[in-house]
Design a protein around this ligand. Structure first.
Ligand SMILES: *Cc1c(COP(=O)(O)O)cnc(C)c1O
Length: 252
């Protein structure tokens, strides 16, 4: 007679892919991913939200294509890069040639002369912060035969070094994105200002996003939260979490 506990799934308890395996039996990448997923699920539940509302964007800047392939094999599909040159090298990398279904997100400062290429290579841009970027991004998306999802990046401290449109110019820029062929306005993005309290910053971002949604009701996305502040971002309504260090380890 079989006892009930022997009727479980066919996976060996020591398989690295088993959800029941101890962290010590997993690769470092699998262990880091499990921790991030657990943090996201716990934050969602604490906020009365469903983890399914959250898109994990693995920010792979500075990390090699092999590290991306490893996370892709563990079920990640969304990867974020911050520089055009690095992005274009990775989209051509032999290690990723056989990996289907990757979606590239651009999260860095955008140069106008690189915007068309970024628009062609990416599924999502998180960092549109000037009107002059709309047309070339849209042209790139049309070149690639798709629609590019766009977050408008807003500055929460008006620091030009970190990017982002001023809060009082956000609505106008969102209108410009929505009016551009090839672009679809997904919502608003911000980075917490250096030294600022994340919860307060994300609360302010949420208010700005609510304002944009009054004119653009479909722009329900909110790109907020990094390795150190993802819990506060989830509480304030983040839908896209941009996580680098917690998934890949520290950057050189
Ligand atoms: C690098 C970067 C991230 C990831 O930051 P971590 O702290 O490593 O998680 C997120 N967003 C942007 C815009 C970035 O440049």
């Amino acid at each position: 007679m079989t006892r009930p506990e022997e009727n479980g799934p066919a996976l060996s308890p020591l398989s690295p892919l088993s959800p029941l395996s101890p962290l010590s039996a997993q690769s470092p990448a699998a262990a880091r991913l499990a921790v991030v997923r657990e943090r996201l699920a716990a934050a969602a539940h604490a906020a009365g939200r469903s983890p399914e509302e959250l898109t994990l964007v693995a920010v792979s800047k500075t990390h090699p294509p092999g590290a991306i392939a490893e996370l892709a094999a563990l079920g990640c599909a969304d990867f974020g890069e911050a520089r055009w040159q690095e992005l274009s090298q990775k989209t051509e990398a032999p290690e990723l040639a056989g990996v289907a279904g990757l979606r590239w997100h651009f999260v860095g400062r955008l140069q106008r002369n690189k915007a068309r290429g970024v628009g062609s290579a990416c599924a999502v841009v998180h960092s549109l912060d000037r009107p002059e970027l709309c047309a070339p991004l849209g042209r790139g998306a049309v070149d690639a035969g798709r629609t590019l999802d766009v977050f408008v990046q807003v500055s929460l401290d008006d620091d030009p070094e970190r990017g982002g449109v001023r809060g009082d110019q956000l609505d106008g820029l969102a209108d410009g994105v929505a009016a551009t062929e090839g672009l679809r306005l997904l919502g608003v993005m911000a980075v917490v200002p250096l030294g600022a309290d994340p919860r307060g910053a994300f609360g302010r971002l949420r208010g700005l996003a609510d304002g944009v949604r009054r004119s653009h009701p479909d722009a329900r996305g909110l790109s907020a939260g990094m390795s150190g502040d993802l819990e506060q971002a989830v509480v304030e309504g983040a839908t896209h979490l941009r996580i680098g260090t917690a998934l890949f380890g520290s950057r050189a």
